[in-house]
Design a protein around this ligand. Structure first.
Ligand SMILES: [Fe+2]
Ligand SMILES: [Fe+2]
Length: 422
């Protein structure tokens, strides 16, 4: 019943079963749909889709177009919208009266992150001394973080990604808290559930307070024995939270199960898909994203856009795909801070997401690969009518020596440039 055809053969009435190529390369989120008219086909063409699978049991077949039906994509007289919009839900919430631009929220988000980091530091210190931790104050923080994300969905999560290698454990907790809240909002959870998810993110690695600091900050990969010690942290954290007796079920669950994987390869219990809760699946995605995009004692963080691309490859086995797709909607295909190469040969950093389409963010251009020099920074909005430059691909920051990459988008909110790890 399934047939692969070029987009040029699509006609109204056909049922698209799957778009060929990586879903990250085009802005379509609902891949199964009925072609209603020429506009649907034009969106596919503009989105760079070249071939699709059609399902003849749910719509017209492509072999013999019904008489009178033209190949609509070739119709010159159809009115075609210029920009490609996701056909399903909007990428971000519709801007509300309290929505503020990235540049405005960054400074406030940075202060909230600093405060949250201090709270995590003292929780870890209490836990290391064997005292029952008091997580009651953490709820106020989670509320503040949630409010920041409501004002601007990416400012806080972008700033929380920036961390120095030795600060990783603390800021990672704050970052996962923000990512869980953002993802929970994208999944349509209610306010109480979103905040429970945020609290779970803040507390998920508390068990690392029971792991020797030398191991946490070891400037190199862990050997098998060291990794076995590290792998005890979910159970240690779970015990600490049980002891404190004040934490809800969701935080307990995420703390114990954020390293479980859908294909059963995770730890500590090697649970498989159906046995892993939604919140633990969310925790797994947020945890991995922040871990690979952050500077660690033994490696610099990966480009956020490259991290999303690699996670998409892992998603089939390890992550809940629905959760992962919602995650990408919440941070973007090219998250803020991503280094990209443009079709013009210029390099730029993503500074803001576009509320309607994941592939047309705002970019600050600062380098010409043609002249191999810095250029006067210029902000372009890829969703603007008439803008001809396009993202040609993700660029590996490790190939360049841009030590001020973060301050290009975060300004004074970025930590001072760090020497690169050897
Ligand atoms: Fe962990
Ligand atoms: Fe973690």
């Amino acid at each position: 019943m399934l047939r692969r055809i070029p987009v040029s053969q699509l006609r109204a009435g056909m049922h698209v079963h799957e778009l060929c190529g990586s879903w990250l390369d085009h802005p379509f989120w609902r891949t199964r749909f009925l072609i209603r008219d020429a506009r649907d086909i034009a969106r596919l063409v503009e989105g760079g889709v070249q071939e699709v699978w059609i399902d003849a049991s749910k719509g017209l077949d492509g072999e013999a177009p019904p008489s009178g039906t033209r190949a609509l994509v070739e119709s010159p007289d159809e009115s075609v919208p210029r920009r490609v919009d996701p056909p399903a839900s909007r990428t971000f919430d519709a801007p509300g009266p309290d929505r503020v631009p990235m540049a405005v929220e960054l400074e406030r988000a940075s202060r909230i992150c600093h405060k949250a980091r201090e709270a995590v530091v003292s929780m870890f210190a209490e836990a290391r001394m064997g005292r029952a931790i008091d997580a009651s104050g953490a709820l106020d923080l989670v509320e503040e973080i949630d409010e920041s994300i409501a004002r601007n969905p990416v400012a806080l999560v972008s700033i929380a990604r920036l961390k120095t290698a030795d600060d990783y454990t603390f800021m990672h907790s704050v970052a996962v808290c923000g990512l869980m809240i953002s993802l929970g909002r994208q999944l349509g959870l209610d306010v109480a559930q979103v905040r429970e998810a945020g609290l779970a993110g803040l507390l998920h690695d508390l068990g690392k307070a029971g792991v020797p600091t030398e191991l946490l900050n070891k400037p190199g990969r862990l050997d098998a024995a060291e990794f076995a010690v590290m792998k005890r942290h979910p159970q240690l954290g779970h015990e600490m939270l049980l002891q404190a007796g004040t934490t809800g079920e969701i935080a307990l669950d995420v703390c114990l199960h954020h390293h479980e994987r859908m294909d059963g390869t995770g730890y500590p219990h090697r649970l498989d898909g159906p046995a892993i809760s939604l919140y633990a699946r969310m925790g797994a995605v947020c945890d991995v994203y922040d871990a690979i995009t952050s500077n660690r004692p033994y490696k610099a963080g990966w480009n956020p856009a490259e991290s999303i691309r690699r996670m998409a490859g892992w998603a089939k086995g390890q992550f809940d795909e629905r959760v992962f797709h919602a995650f990408v909607k919440s941070v973007g295909i090219y998250p803020v801070g991503s280094l990209v190469r443009m079709s013009s040969g210029r390099l730029g950093v993503v500074i803001e997401q576009n509320e309607d389409a994941l592939t047309t963010p705002k970019i600050k251009l600062f380098f010409s690969t043609r002249s191999d020099t810095r250029i006067q920074p210029e902000v372009i909005d890829l969703s603007r009518k008439g803008e001809t430059d396009r993202i040609a691909g993700r660029e590996d920051p490790a190939r360049w020596d841009f030590r001020d990459l973060d301050s290009i988008w975060a300004g004074d909110s970025a930590p001072s440039p760090q020497p690169k790890p050897a």
